[in-house]
Design a protein around this ligand. Structure first.
Ligand code: NAP
Ligand code: MG
Length: 487
């Protein structure tokens, strides 16, 4: 058991102290592997969100504003070391709470630590510009970049540590303060992450973590004291947050869902393409926003790819999250299990061919958890709901295609535009597909990669704004233009 789980209820992190909700309300968080309660968490009401925002504002105007960029950088570098040192515990918390297999959870260490160090580097690289102008009097014009203020961050459960790091570290780099609302199914590692920020020397009130349910996020997204909302989650919730943010015209970043196309041409290296495309859907039990859930396969290799995708799915070890051999763990919750199961039933009703998987696993201890086999549907048609809607489970839809223009058009016939994949040995065809697919990230002869130096985000209803890259830092900054008379 991680030391963080000492059997006592976990509080809210407000103004540097773990404290109960003012109402005293709590809610439980469960392990999807065993169905057992993992911890009791404080349920933040609007009055707690008020307190957290007030603490963030006071820290923004107070001690935190005195930190030089180099001092913020030093804090972030210490935080990176602390996260590195405590990563076994952080990853175990995620595994217990949201079910990511322990080996996969631990495997995120390098990415998370590297990300925090990346944002540490950004702290001392923030700069404005000197700009020429044609004003009728002599004026020097230049820009200053200033912290946007109090950031409200709302994250999903599918990668709690990763999401917490990608929201909190850029806030620290830019001199912002933050109130983070984790998902109800992924709150523990963000709470511990918040404590590590204090240990790293972040002043009280700079990083606040308010656990709770959807209403807690709603209170944050409509709060007049919040200057910016950065949200990662579903499109439906994103739309509610955009509406709620209108009252005070908040800056908003939206990282939403997807139904990403992964296009496999007949000349592709299938030995490379099949395992990568399969893991592009099945990884994290399919609970990945950029999952390549629509696999378009060119007709000459269609039957072979369907067979080999199914065979690959059958080799994956589905099991309890704590077993180091497990490759695919449970779905995050009963609710998510019901959702995925209903899509598996729907796919069959719609006439897709279930080639492999699709069953709940109930052998022995698995009966207590939310396990579903990696599932492959073939002969899927574009209009089927399993080809149009985000399932967020280990379900691949395979669709045959015959021509280049045809497949590009079908790949783009979606309201989403988060990501896409292309598999071919023909460089011209690859470049042409890259140009024509309407999505924020495209991988060629690979599926899924992210890096803090590279922008990630959506086209269309997959959102706006970018995380990663210079755009990420810019989204936490205001620009002030200064004019000075020089004669
Ligand atoms: P979700 O239901 O939208 O929840 C996301 C967060 O919003 C949670 O913290 C949730 O709290 C909170 N929330 C719920 N209702 C709210 C409201 N009315 N106002 C403000 N906040 C509210 O999404 P999810 O089911 O956790 O995550 C899955 C979705 O996230 C998928 O659609 C996936 O594609 C997307 N996602 C996108 C990315 C990306 O970078 N583009 C990355 C990961 C996931 P509760 O947990 O308490 O309900
Ligand atoms: Mg849970």
């Amino acid at each position: 058991m991680p030391a963080f789980l000492d059997g006592r209820p976990k509080g809210l992190l407000i103004d540097g102290r773990m404290q109960d909700a003012l109402s005293g309300a709590r809610f439980p968080t469960f392990s999807p592997s065993t169905g057992e309660e993992v911890a009791q968490l404080a349920l933040a009401g609007p009055e707690d969100v008020d307190r957290a925002v007030a603490a963030a504002r006071a820290a923004l105007d107070g001690p935190w504003s005195k930190f030089t960029p180099a001092e913020r950088q030093a804090v972030l570098l210490r935080l990176a070391d602390l996260v590195d040192r405590n990563f076994d515990e952080l990853s175990l918390l995620d595994t217990l709470e949201m079910g990511r297999p322990i080996t996969a959870s631990r495997g995120l260490r390098a990415m998370v630590v590297r990300s925090i160090r990346h944002f540490a580097g950004a702290a001392t690289a923030i700069h404005g510009e000197t700009l020429g102008n044609s004003a009728p009097v002599e004026l020097l014009s230049y820009t200053l970049r200033e912290p946007i203020g109090v950031v409200g961050a709302i994250i999903p459960w599918n990668g709690p540590i990763f999401s917490a790091a990608w929201k909190i570290a850029p806030a620290l780099a830019t001199g912002c303060t933050i109130v983070l609302k984790p998902a109800e199914d992924g709150s523990l590692s963000p709470l511990l992450f918040g404590q590590l920020c204090l240990e790293a020397g972040v002043p009280p009130g700079v990083v606040n973590v308010v656990t709770g349910l959807g209403a807690t996020g709603a209170a944050l997204s409509s709060h007049p004291g919040v200057d910016k909302i950065t949200f990662t989650g579903s499109c439906e919730t994103g739309q509610k947050i955009i509406e709620a943010s209108a009252g005070s015209v908040k800056r908003v970043t939206m990282e939403l869902g997807g139904k990403s196309p992964n296009i496999l041409f007949a000349d592709a290296d299938l030995d490379l393409a099949i395992p990568a495309s399969a893991m592009g859907v099945f990884n994290n039990s399919g609970q990945v926003c950029a999952a390549g859930t629509r696999l378009f396969v060119e007709r000459p290799v269609y039957d072979e790819v369907v067979e080999r995708m199914a065979a690959f799915g059958r080799t994956l070890r589905v099991g309890p999250s704590l077993d180091p051999e497990t490759q695919i763990g449970p779905l995050v919750s009963q609710k998510q299990f019901d959702r995925v199961s209903s899509y598996i039933a729907l796919g069959q009703e719609e006439g897709a061919r279930l080639v492999s998987g699709g069953q709940r696993l109930t052998d022995g201890d698995l009966a207590k958890g939310c396990y579903v086999e990696p599932t492959v549907f073939a002969d899927v048609r574009d209009e089927m709901r399993i080809a149009r809607e985000e399932i967020f489970g280990p379900v691949a839809s395979i669709l045959p295609f015959d021509g280049f223009d045809e497949v590009i058009e079908r790949a783009n016939a979606t309201r989403f535009g988060l990501a896409g994949g292309v598999w071919t040995r023909d460089i011209t065809r690859a470049m042409s597909a890259v140009k024509r697919i309407k999505a924020g990230s495209i991988w060629v002869n690979h599926y899924f990669a992210m890096d803090p130096a590279v922008p990630f985000g959506g086209y269309k209803m997959s959102g706006y704004g970018r995380e990663g890259g210079s755009e990420h830092i810019a989204s936490y900054l205001n620009i002030k233009s200064v004019w000075i008379r020089t004669n």
